[in-house]
Design a protein around this ligand. Structure first.
Ligand SMILES: Cc1cc2nc3c(=O)[nH]c(=O)nc-3n(C[C@H](O)[C@H](O)[C@H](O)COP(=O)(O)O)c2cc1C
Ligand SMILES: O=C(O)C(=O)c1ccccc1
Length: 383
């Protein structure tokens, strides 16, 4: 469209998306999406980690046509991007959850029920679990059964948010969207939760949505941590691949293998959960070296450009999760804006892959990268 003189309604430059979302959102909603834990040092490390690697471009490769497809858990995907699970989507735009050629990992904290999201999607379906404590195993099992019935193929279990972190932006704004009942639809529509809540409180959810929201948050973010052995419950109640989200060390990656997991997502929640930590991409190579031939390694946190995707895949990830950029697009222009951001990232990936001489995601190996020692070309920091 740019070549026909039509300016896009949302920028094509990944560095502008956050600012465009800021213009469109309330200060509370913007603080929630753009914010992170503590002084956001983990967020900065996530971006800086990409600058430690540079791509080696090759010429005269005859690679006019490129193939971005990848295979995950025995199924083919048209490209290596996945929409990261993102909760409370309704605070960013009324369109809430949306659909395009990139699979959407439905969040437990989504603004719609599992059944509604599944009905709106004709592609591969993934579901991300915020995992209730053992006293609420019946609710966990109910959510898994609903997801399975709705046609979900892959279960993603998020490990790094069993309690909400210290997030100064939200604390200063006194803003907790899910206490207002936003992002609680999966709980509110769950028959086992409904029954338990009625028995405990003598009330129905509609009687007092705020009280029900507090109760549901107590179920999913109780502040109590699970143990590795607890994964047996999920294995016994899920037919299909299970992927652990939030792995950042070789030790935990090895434990995921020992506990029979099918995949891991090397991801630190986009720096939203703990501060002063290592950049997610910094940990990818050694984790892939340890477990890459035993389970599927996916990557997330800090992905903004096609080059970022190339680096993560060259370092051994099979696909990449994109979080905030899609929400920024959603905020700026609803479903069209979210789709625009994804299309920009895919076009950037395709052109960049081609112009450095590659034909397919399968060509993305470590030998296309050079590690930058010492000088690092500017590490972008967030707002
Ligand atoms: C507003 C927002 C809500 C999120 N909600 C969830 C969620 O419900 N479940 C989850 O596993 N991760 C959640 N995440 C984390 C993302 O799935 C992902 O790990 C992170 O955004 C990746 O980093 P990036 O934003 O730098 O791409 C959320 C992230 C954001 C920005
Ligand atoms: O904000 C988040 O990072 C997140 O994962 C979340 C947690 C609870 C509700 C919505 C999103």
């Amino acid at each position: 469209m740019g070549l026909q003189g039509i300016r896009p309604s949302v920028s094509t430059d990944p560095r502008n998306w956050e600012a465009e979302a800021k213009k469109a959102l309330s200060a509370n909603a913007f603080g929630y999406v753009a914010g992170g834990a503590g002084e956001r040092a983990t967020m900065d490390s996530n971006r800086a980690a990409f600058r430690k690697w540079s791509i080696l471009p090759r010429m005269l490769q005859g690679n006019t046509h490129r193939d971005l497809s990848v295979e995950l858990f025995g199924r083919k995907y048209p490209n290596p991007l996945l929409m990261a699970p993102v909760g409370v989507n309704k605070i960013f735009h009324n369109d809430g959850e949306q659909e395009c050629s990139v699979p959407y990992i439905m969040s437990t904290a989504a603004s719609a029920s599992i059944e509604e999201m599944a009905a709106a999607s004709d592609g591969h379906k993934w579901f991300q679990l915020y995992w209730p404590m053992r006293k609420d195993d019946d609710i966990t099992i109910s959510m898994l059964q609903r997801a399975q019935k709705a046609g979900v193929e892959v279960l993603v279990v998020t490990l790094d948010l069993w309690a909400l972190s210290w997030r100064p932006a939200d604390l200063d704004n006194a803003y907790v969207p899910f206490f207002l009942g936003i992002g609680d639809q999966i709980g509110f529509s769950d028959p086992v939760f409904q029954k338990k809540y009625q028995q405990q409180s003598g009330k129905s959810i509609e009687d007092d949505v705020r009280a029900a929201a507090m109760n549901w948050e107590g179920v999913v973010f109780s502040g109590e941590a699970h143990k590795w052995e607890d994964l047996e419950l999920l294995k016994a109640n899920w037919k299909g691949p299970i992927v652990l989200k939030g792995i950042q060390t070789v030790e935990d990656a090895n434990l995921a293998v020992q506990h029979g997991m099918d995949g891991i997502i090397v991801d630190n929640h986009g720096g939203r959960q703990y501060d002063g930590a290592v950049g997610s991409l910094d940990m990818l190579p050694e984790i892939v070296d340890a477990v890459g031939d035993k389970l599927t390694v996916l990557f997330g946190s800090g992905i903004r450009t096609g080059a970022d995707v190339m680096k993560a895949i060259a370092l051994g990830a099979k696909a990449c999760l994109v979080g905030r950029p899609i929400i920024y697009g959603l905020a700026a222009d609803g479903e069209a804006g979210a789709t625009h951001v994804l299309k920009c990232m895919l076009a950037d990936l395709d052109m960049n892959l081609g112009l450095v001489g590659l034909t397919s995601c399968r060509d993305l190996k470590r030998n296309i990268l050079r590690r930058n020692e010492g000088f690092l070309p500017h590490a972008a920091t967030s707002n």
